[in-house]
Design a protein around this ligand. Structure first.
Ligand SMILES: CC(C)(COP(=O)(O)OP(=O)(O)OC[C@H]1O[C@@H](n2cnc3c(N)ncnc32)[C@H](O)[C@@H]1OP(=O)(O)O)[C@@H](O)C(=O)NCCC(=O)NCCS
Length: 194
């Protein structure tokens, strides 16, 4: 049985992961949502105006009432800039699994930010909620995302053909990965006992 807690505030060395608020709308729009390079491999199109961002955030803010809704904004602890988001979705209570998705503004790429955020969310998902498995998928061209998954010890499981519509509405192949609680806990214990 999963112990759902909703989008709790999580911390890492450099980051705070917290629920979005309506005060994040403008920064989200300018820092990542309006950028077509950020959405290059995503299923949603860059926002053409701030109203689109406003609608998305309003929906999330409403959804925070639900204990099974997990969507964090990633914020720099020091300068308080918001840089991107990370979420758990497709929650399957019966089988104890979910999927993870994430994105970050270009200005913040290649500084290990998503690695740091993902590691924290994995720990929360396994050790606090009790998921047994987290999966992730990426567009074949999205090598940086594949690298983040690998750094976090996700295992590649295979490529599904024509499985998801890209942001233009065309079906594309995706590479699928997963990480298991059993493996994660084993690694954590090994590290602890070193
Ligand atoms: C994918 C994404 C989240 C990565 O975030 P990030 O904070 O830059 O990731 P990290 O810095 O933790 O790690 C990125 C790794 O990819 C590597 N990398 C970056 N661009 C790469 C490329 N074109 N080819 C191969 N590796 C690449 C980096 O060198 C780094 O690896 P390293 O730590 O071994 O040097 C970010 O690029 C992003 O938000 N992209 C747009 C949205 C998106 O694609 N989301 C994922 C959908 S599946």
């Amino acid at each position: 049985m999963l112990n759902h807690k909703g989008t709790c505030i999580l911390e890492t060395a450099r980051l705070i992961l917290r629920p979005f608020t309506v005060n994040d709308i403008e920064d989200m729009y300018y820092n990542w949502a309006c950028d077509e390079e950020v959405t290059r491999y995503l299923t949603w199109k860059e926002h053409k105006d701030i109203n689109r961002t406003s609608l998305a955030v309003a929906l999330w803010v409403k959804s925070y009432n639900e204990k099974e809704f997990y969507n964090w904004v990633i914020q720099d602890k020091k300068n308080k800039k918001i840089m991107g988001s990370i979420c758990l979705f497709s929650v399957d209570n019966y089988n104890g699994n979910c999927e993870v998705g994430y994105c970050l503004g270009k200005e913040f790429w290649n500084k290990g930010i998503m690695y740091e955020a993902l590691i924290r969310v994995i720990d929360f998902a396994f050790c606090e909620i009790g998921f047994e498995r987290i999966s992730a998928r990426r567009h074949l061209g999205n090598l940086a995302s594949g690298r983040v998954m690998k750094k976090c010890k996700f295992i590649y499981e295979g490529t599904l053909r024509n499985v998801i519509k890209d942001k233009e509405g065309n079906l594309v192949d995706c590479k699928y990965y997963s990480i298991l609680k059993s493996d994660y806990i084993k690694d954590k214990l090994l590290l602890h006992n070193k």
